[in-house]
Design a protein around this ligand. Sequence first.
Ligand SMILES: [Zn+2]
Length: 333
Amino acid sequence: MLWCCPACHGNLQDETSHFACSACAKNFPIVCGVPDLRIQAAAWVDFENDRYRATIIENIVERCSVEDAIYDIFRNSRRFSHDKASFRVMQVYASMEMYSEQLDDWLLPALKAGPVLDLGCGPGLLSVAAAKRGKSIAGLDVSIEWLVVAKHLIGEHGDAPQLAAGLAEALPVKTDTLRTLVSLDVIEHVGDQQGYVNEIKRVLAPGGNFAISTPNRFSLSPEPHVGVWGVGFLPVPLQAPWVKFAGGVKYEFTRLLSVNETKSLFRKADLPKIKIEFPLISKKEIAIFSGAKARLARLYNRIIQKKLFQQLAPYVGAYYRVSGMNEPPKTAK
Ligand SMILES: [Zn+2]
């Protein structure tokens, strides 16, 4: 088993109804088949309510379908309108195809040797894409209701799901273990961003790879979570009041990072060599955009390939990828 105690990294004993740490004696419940290895910390999820919601989602999958369960999360947990919830369901299924393309591209290390972890796996789409190729990717997320969806989606594609609920700042994974860690669109929602990068460094085996993606703080497009322009150009304390004023919504547990802020986090975590790329927006994603948004995305793709743009990208680009390796310690010659 990949998982260990998130508090002390001791081994976990399977006691059927829960896991018990053999070192510090902490107990962790198992909810709908998913171990809840979260420790108490500030997060965008209310843990108690999330465990209750997980049982509802399990029930909807059994009575109806996985698709209905995904809709229910957007509609009743996130409280999106019917139209927005339906769009997000479509986006989930489109992402499955996109992840499959990315596994042939910059996420290729995730198909080589394991163990591989998708940190912040949500509905487990990367594991599904890997399962279709006969490969296994374990998934960790802060929300069990999403992990219940992941369990069913991965199971449908023939892989035994390896899933747990946990916090990015306190990973239930032993030190020096992972060959690859992938974490897509997660860092911007983590309460303690330095803690998150420090944990990536800790759990990667020497020579292990990491690949993360995140929306750019300094982007000319609207903030992708709330659809408000100019958020990232404001100092952090003014961002939430501006989003409330201009978009009428709360802006919590979202803090977009600039390229320089990301570089600084990785340098401080002793992962100094990182590669930063501003990729094209996937054709599959553009296919589900509305007319005006699709035209803008195609224009973006044309401009982004120009050499001049690559230099300006950190100040205008929509999102970026960060990848690298946990360099093995140098041995004395
Ligand atoms: Zn422990």
